[in-house]
Structures are given as C-alpha cells and as structure tokens.
Design a protein around this ligand. Sequence first.
Ligand SMILES: [Zn+2]
Length: 273
Amino acid sequence: MTAVGLDTPGPASAAGQLSARGSTNFVHPKWAGFDIRVGLAHKLSKPVCYLNDANAAALWGHYAIFGADSRRTSISIVIGTGNGGGIIIDGNVVKGKNGFGAELGHVLIPYQSIAGINGIKAQCNCGRLGDLESLCSLTAIEKNILPYFLPRYPGHDLAKLDLHQAAKLVRGFADRGDALSKEVFRVQAHALGLFFDEMVNTFDPDAFIVGGGALETSEQFQRWFIDEIRAAMPNQREEQAAIPIHVMPNGDTAGARGAAIEALKLARQGGMV
Ligand SMILES: [Zn+2]
C-alpha cells in the first residue's frame, strides 16, 4: 500500500480544497476552489491525504519530539510570512469542521500589555486588530512593527530601504545584536508568550514548538528568543512553568516530513480518505 502526503499553504478545507477566495500562494484565479488533493490523487492514481503546511509541520514536530503513536499534546507555531500553527492531541492533528481548526495566527491576544509599543496599530490582513499574526510574522514586521520603531531610531540603516526589503533584513540585524531589530523580535516573542499563556490554560499541553523563518538564526539567538517568550508568560503554576518550548526540528522541511507521517496513517488505514 502506497499513500501520498500533500501539504500546501492555506487557506484550504480539511479535505484539501483551496479557498474559493484565493490565497497568497495560489495567485492565478483558476486555483480558487480547486480540489488540489483529489487533483493529485487522479494524476498519481494513488490515495492522497492533505494537511495545510503549518499543521503538517506541527505533526512532524510532535512526532520528532515524542515519537510515533504518542498520546501527548503539543502546540506548534510557525512564524513565516504569516503565522501558522497546529495543535496535536493524542497524536492527531486538530483540523476542525471546516479545516480552519488551529488557525492560531488569528487568535486575539492582549497585546496592549506588551511593553514599549504603546499606540501601535496591530492590523492583520484578515481584518482583525491585535491577533497573533499582526505582531508575530514577517508581514507584521513590515506593516506594523517597523513602521512603529523606525521613527524612534533616527538615521537607522533600515530606514534607507523600502519596508518590504527592510523587513526581510531585520532577522539578520537582530542576530548580530542591532538594538532596533532586537526590539522587533522582542515584541514578536512577547506576543507569542501571551498566546502560549492562553494555550497553557486551554490545553495544559506537554510541549510548545516554535519554527519558521524567524528562527533560522544562530543557536544563541534562538535561545534568547525562547527566553523572551518565557518572560512574557507570567503567573504560571509551577507545573506549567516547566512546559518545554522547543525549536521546530528540521526547519523548513518539517512540513514535508509531517505530510509523510499523515500519509503513513492513511496507508495503515488501507488508503480510504
Ligand atoms: Zn489575522
């Protein structure tokens, strides 16, 4: 029995039908509403299972840390252009009724409590004000955080570039110790800390996992970032303060690996989707 695992950026239904409203990564109008899972299954004449890319990465992270057939709970966040996530309970991905389960980037957070960003306009592409993605994503850096900090650091090198270009350079600047860029990453880490605090009280999970482009940095910077996340999770009970925060194993191949794990489950079930 061979089965194929497919993951793509969302939004898409749990069964792999791309959103009828289109998506950032499937620009041509003919992709709108396309059933990419069934399309691939026809092309390959093999059963295909589907996960969105963040859910697939979450599944890999869970598997890599806890092993196969684990009954534990983990919450993953992937910080990229947007902010995706995944929740694994009893070894299974939470997909939800419409496939929008664990759209963690669009969960609202009490961002007003983050120090040093008084009056920031934390607008997300989804229309919400102050969700996780609005302060913890590459898009957030470009649209919200850099425009807030640049006027406070007159003459900064990043101010000479357009925001789209500058946003991509912030990670490297921060890793090398630039003060403004570290502030940008502190804000992202604290936003994530507030979000994890909500998740601690919702799921009491075994682990948090953080991945995505934001953490393609030196190990020293990763450690600092995770310490900053922890610093924004006050008032935890003793047991909960010990919940580990891991860096996503295998970086940007995590999604493909997670899709393969899902395919393995499908193969074990005899290929019935
Ligand atoms: Zn949003």
